[in-house]
Design a binder for this molecule. Structure first.
Ligand code: MN
Length: 333
């Protein structure tokens, strides 16, 4: 089953073919199934409530789906399928070909020893939860003076609390899979700093439940920018496999339902800039389109923004609303 979150925190089930991430196909609006979730009170749990109760929610969703509204995916804004992960775990240099390209290119390694060691030496790192967005929200270039790269990665969504789990049992703890973009500023700083920028963890286009992907170690993945192929590989080339990553992570800390693991990126990383269109695909999951835009409005005079708003108000509500939202988010940025 393909489970998405869209528009104003709607819950959906995707119907139709795998090109649905590009706007084809339908989404069945099963938001009412969220009513089975328990009330959350302070202090908040360290799991994501939807993923922690996914079997109950999906059972309800299946029951109401036949009479739920079927909406066209075209024009829907896809959000991260996990709204509140307890943590975003990520694997550095987990494809040998990516480690090779980093070691060969000063613009990637920046003469920083920590960037060129193996994953066995580096271990895993964490990205700030506040960096998480869905494909419909897009990537904002916050540091235009720095090189910012795409990294396409298979992402594992943890479904059960996992501590000291062996690789043999690891897949029993997986709720499902999604496509991740680990957007990365290149430079000398620690990974967690360079990769925690707002909007620099993209998750989507939906969660594919684990029953549909019995073997996450045999999936083609690729990414194109403005129609040009940049990265293409297969998860069979992961240095640490999905079960090994869960074993390693859960040996250091407890993984909770909704925690996500970015599994690493293959060779072919390259810069992105405002105006770019990213299309990322992973076999058995689907395809998602992500737009890259500038964060220039924080530096612009309020009068300029207001002039744009009044100009576009005569056209359609969409651009004006988007501009208003963007301007508001960036106040004080
Ligand atoms: Mn990465």
């Amino acid at each position: 089953m393909r489970v998405c979150r869209f528009d104003e925190n709607r819950l959906g089930i995707i119907e139709g073919d795998s090109s649905a991430g590009l706007g084809a196909g339908n989404v069945r609006d099963v938001t009412a199934a969220l009513e089975v979730l328990p009330q959350v009170r302070y202090p908040l749990p360290n799991h994501d409530p939807l993923i922690a109760h996914l079997p109950q929610v999906l059972a309800r969703a299946r029951a109401i789906a036949p009479t739920a509204p079927a909406l066209s995916l075209a024009g829907r804004r896809l959000l991260s399928p996990v709204a509140n992960p307890g943590k975003i775990v990520a694997a550095p240099v987990n494809y040998q070909t990516h480690l090779d390209e980093v070691r060969a290119d000063k613009n990637l390694h920046h003469n920083t020893a920590a960037h060129t060691v193996t994953i066995q030496t580096a271990g895993l790192f964490l990205k700030a939860n506040s960096s998480l967005v869905g494909p419909g929200e897009g990537v904002i270039i916050r540091k235009p003076d720095r090189r910012t790269d795409h990294e396409v990665e298979l992402v594992v969504v943890i479904g059960e609390t996992a501590s000291h789990v062996s690789r043999a049992d690891a897949l029993d703890y997986v709720a499902g899979y999604a496509i991740g973009l680990d957007i990365t500023i290149r430079g000398t700083e620690d990974r967690s700093f360079r990769k925690s920028v707002d909007t620099h963890s993209v998750l989507g286009p939906w969660l594919v439940t684990a029953d549909e992907i019995p073997n996450p170690g045999q999936l083609d993945l690729h990414i194109a920018v403005n129609g040009e192929q940049r990265q293409q590989s297969n998860t069979s080339r992961l240095i640490l496999s999905v079960p090994e990553l869960i074993e390693l992570a859960s040996s250091f800390y407890t993984l909770y339902p909704g925690d996500v693991i970015f599994t690493g990126t293959p060779e072919g990383v390259s810069p992105i800039e405002a105006g770019d269109e990213i299309v990322a695909t992973i076999e058995k999951i689907g395809t998602m389109r992500v737009h890259v835009r500038a964060a220039e409005r924080a530096q612009r005079a309020v009068s300029d923004v207001e002039a744009d708003l009044s100009a576009s108000a005569n056209a359609t509500g969409g651009p004006a609303a988007a501009l208003r939202d963007g301007g508001h988010v960036r106040q004080g940025a």
